[in-house]
Design a protein around this ligand. Structure first.
Ligand code: PBG
Length: 328
C-alpha cells in the first residue's frame, strides 16, 4: 500500500485519542433547565405530550430547583401558569403572581442558582396571544406598543422579585430597548436580558402550549413570530435586539434553525443561546420509546451538534439528565 502521510483515522483509533482532539465538549454551564410552575394545582401534574416534564406547585418548584442546582445545573428558566387569566394579563405582573412567589422562594433557598424568567403574556391572557389584542370585525390585531408596556411591567416585577435575567419571548417590536431602559431607571442595571431574538412560528411549540396552557383561542402567532423561510430577516431581528441592549440572544427552535444560529453567532459575536423546544423533545422521546434509537446517544448527538453550530447556551428539558450523561 502507498505510504500515506495524512491518515486522519490515526486520530480516531482510541477513545483517549478521540477525546484529545475533540473540538466540541459539553459542560454543565452550557445548559438551562425550563421549569413550569402553576397556581392551579396542589401537586405535580405530568404533561402528557412531554414525558418526564411536569407542572409544579410553588413549593415543588423550589425543591426541584434546589435539586437541579445540587446536580450541577447553573441556571433555570421559569414559566408560570396563573390561577386566573384576563384580557390585560394582570397575573404576569402581579406582586403576588405565581412567578413572583416562586422567584422569591427559589432565590431564598438557592441564591447562587441563576434564575431567568420567561417574559410573555400568552399564559396570562384569556385569549392566549402574546400581546394585547383588538378585534377588527373577523380579524384580530396584536397591539404592539400596548403589549410592550405590559411586558415592561412584567419584567420589572420579575426583577423586583429576584430574577437575575429576564427573557422576553413575545416578539413585539422594540421591547428589548423599552425593558432595558425601565430596568436601568429602576435600579436594576445588573439584571440581564436574554432575548428570544429570532423566534420562528413553529409547529414544534405544540407540546409547550399544553404545558403552559397557552394555545391561542383564535388566529395564530404568525403576525408576530417569524416565517420559517426567512434567514436574512431573522438576522435583522437579531441586530435590533443587539442594538437595543440584549445581553444574550436566543434562536428558537434549535435543529431546524442551525443555519440561523451559525450566522448570528458569526455576525454578532454575542453570547448566543438556543432553545431546543418541546416538540423537538417530544419527537426524540417518542422515537426512543419505540426503540428506534437510544435516548442518551441521540440527545448527546443533538446537543453536541447545537453547540458545534455556535451555541454558547442550550435551553433543554434534558438538562437534568445531561448533568449525569456528560460526566459519565
Ligand atoms: C411563550 C413561549 C413559547 C415557548 C417559549 N415561550 C410558546 C409559543 O411561543 O407559542 C415554546 C417553548 C417550547 O416549545 O418548548 N411565548
Amino acid at each position: 500500500m502507498r505510504k500515506l502521510v495524512h491518515r486522519p483515522r490515526r486520530l480516531r483509533r482510541s477513545p483517549a485519542l478521540r477525546n484529545l482532539v475533540r473540538e466540541t465538549n459539553l459542560t454543565p454551564h452550557d445548559f438551562i433547565l425550563p421549569l413550569f410552575v402553576s397556581e392551579k394545582i396542589d401537586k405535580r401534574r405530568p404533561i402528557a405530550s412531554m414525558p418526564g416534564v411536569s407542572q409544579l406547585t410553588v413549593k415543588e418548584v423550589v425543591d426541584e430547583a434546589d435539586k437541579a442546582h445540587d446536580a450541577g445545573i447553573q441556571a433555570i428558566i421559569l414559566f408560570g401558569i396563573p390561577a386566573k387569566k384576563d384580557e390585560r394579563a394582570s397575573g404576569a405582573y402581579a406582586e403576588n403572581g405565581v412567578i413572583q412567589k416562586a422567584l422569591r422562594a427559589i432565590k431564598k433557598k438557592c441564591p447562587d442558582l441563576i434564575a431567568i424568567t420567561d417574559v410573555c403574556l400568552c399564559e396570562y391572557m384569556s385569549h392566549g396571544h402574546c400581546g394585547v389584542t383588538r378585534m377588527d370585525g373577523e380579524h384580530f390585531h396584536v397591539l404592539n406598543d400596548e403589549s410592550v408596556d405590559l411586558l415592561v411591567k412584567t419584567s420589572l416585577s420579575h426583577a423586583k422579585a429576584g430574577a437575575d435575567m429576564v427573557a422576553p419571548s413575545d416578539m413585539m417590536d422594540g421591547r428589548i430597548g423599552a425593558i432595558r431602559e425601565a430596568l436601568d431607571m429602576n435600579g436594576f442595571s445588573d439584571t440581564g436580558i436574554m432575548s428570544y431574538a429570532a423566534k420562528f412560528a413553529s409547529v414544534f411549540y405544540g407540546p409547550f402550549r399544553d404545558a403552559a396552557e397557552s394555545p391561542p383561542k383564535f388566529g395564530d402567532r404568525r403576525t408576530y413570530q417569524m416565517d420559517t423561510a426567512n434567514a436574512d430577516e431573522a438576522l435583522r431581528e437579531v441586530a435590533l435586539d443587539v442594538e437595543e441592549g440584549a445581553d444574550i440572544i436566543m434562536i428558537k427552535p434549535a435543529l431546524p434553525y442551525l443555519d440561523i444560529l451559525w450566522r448570528a453567532r458569526e455576525r454578532f459575536g454575542k453570547p448566543t443561546a438556543v432553545y431546543h423546544v418541546s416538540g423537538e423533545y417530544a419527537m426524540v422521546k417518542a422515537a426512543a420509546e419505540k426503540k428506534v434509537f437510544d435516548e442518551r446517544a441521540a440527545v448527546l448527538e443533538i446537543m453536541t451538534s447545537i453547540k458545534r453550530a455556535g451555541a454558547d447556551i442550550i435551553v433543554t428539558y434534558w438538562a437534568r439528565e445531561l448533568m449525569k450523561w456528560i460526566s459519565a
